[in-house]
Write a protein that binds this ligand. Structure first.
Ligand code: COA
Ligand code: ZN
Length: 304
């Protein structure tokens, strides 16, 4: 049996939050359902953040309600920046939340109007509540490699935060290259150190493709033993609070690469192309994976 890699598609959150075009709740639900239909095992469907700060994520509660009504069963995740976000996510029925931590004070201030330490304190409180509420918590460490405001990140800072939240019982700890500034050697070193200390089971990586290093960084992390990755359908995305950030590594590309390497992603590439087409049609801006043209003609030949 081939080894499993868990891909979480964050396109409906990380991707859509930065689009000039704001999708309706129905369109967001349609996109989530198309990604799920391709077999993607986890989807970050939206965030509970200030609608003034991120207008595209207003109505995430309605997205959750519509998915629930439709009998949606694929695990859904909501990103939250603070306690209010946690309360809103819980009220909407989220079973998993991604709480954002920071490896720099500059990013913590810009993204959440907090210091790094304040974000850590709130996350510890959220973890305690979530245990009682039966909600899983993913602790994502933003700017784990570099910050657009404070410059390169000291890996020791990330190691300390990761250790603290592993010990506090986070269900996963994810290293986020928020602005796509990491290179594979850095990724290999940091992920190898973390896997040696904590094992790979609860560790994940989240790469942006700003400098075309997305897949190379995924590969470096795979080599260290990481088996959980965030990616976004059709490479949608960017972060509105991180200057210069472009989309996540495309689910189209990462699924193809991992499958060719012999990993089991559970993803049907044919159906993934349909979801990717939909993401492009709905937004008009999603680039589509670099592999997409080849994949589509290859899959058409196989079918023909
Ligand atoms: N969800 C919805 N509304 C929220 C909220 C949340 N999680 N947290 C705060 N708010 C509301 C407050 O109720 C308040 O509303 P009001 O103006 O109607 O009274 C308003 O937002 C401002 O609240 P305040 O606590 O003063 O926060 P702020 O202005 O310092 O903004 C954040 C901080 C975190 C709320 C805001 O910057 C934000 O939502 N950022 C999102 C960041 C993001 O999504 N980044 C990308 C993912 S990493
Ligand atoms: Zn991101």
């Amino acid at each position: 049996m081939s080894e499993r890699v868990i891909i979480t598609d964050v396109g409906p959150r990380d991707g859509l939050q930065n689009q000039p075009k704001i999708l309706s709740v129905e369109q967001r639900v349609e996109l989530v359902q198309a990604i799920a239909a391709a077999g993607v095992p986890q989807i970050e469907v939206g965030s509970f953040v200030s609608p003034k700060a991120v207008p595209a994520m207003a109505g995430t509660d309605l997205v959750f309600a519509a998915l629930d009504t439709a009998g949606f069963t694929v695990p859904t995740i909501a990103l939250i920046p603070n306690m209010k976000g946690y309360e809103l996510a819980r009220a909407a029925g989220a079973k998993t939340v991604t709480m954002v931590l920071y490896a720099s004070d500059g990013m913590a201030q810009k993204n959440a109007a907090m210091s790094m330490a304040e974000a850590e304190d709130v996350t510890l409180k959220i973890l305690a509540l979530a245990k009682q509420d039966g909600i899983d918590v993913i602790a994502t460490i933003a700017v784990a490699f570099a910050c657009p405001f404070d410059g390169p990140t000291d890996p020791a800072v990330v190691e300390i935060i990761a250790a603290k939240f592993m010990a506090a019982g986070a269900d996963q700890v994810v290293l986020a290259d928020t602005i796509g500034a990491a290179h594979p050697q850095q990724v290999r070193d940091l992920t190898a150190a973390l896997v040696a200390r904590h094992g790979a089971e609860k560790l994940g990586c989240h790469f942006h493709d700003t400098r075309a290093m997305g897949l190379a960084n995924v590969y470096a992390a795979v080599e260290s033993g990481i088996r959980r990755f965030d990616s976004s359908i059709a490479g949608l995305g960017g972060c509105p609070f991180a200057p210069g950030a472009s989309g996540n590594v495309a689910t189209d590309d990462i699924a193809m690469m991992l499958q060719q390497m012999g990993f089991d992603t559970g993803i049907n590439l044919d159906k993934l192309m349909q979801a990717s087409d939909l993401a492009q049609a709905l937004t008009g801006t999603a680039p589509g994976g670099r592999s997409k043209a080849w994949l589509q003609s290859h899959l058409a030949k196989q079918a023909g």
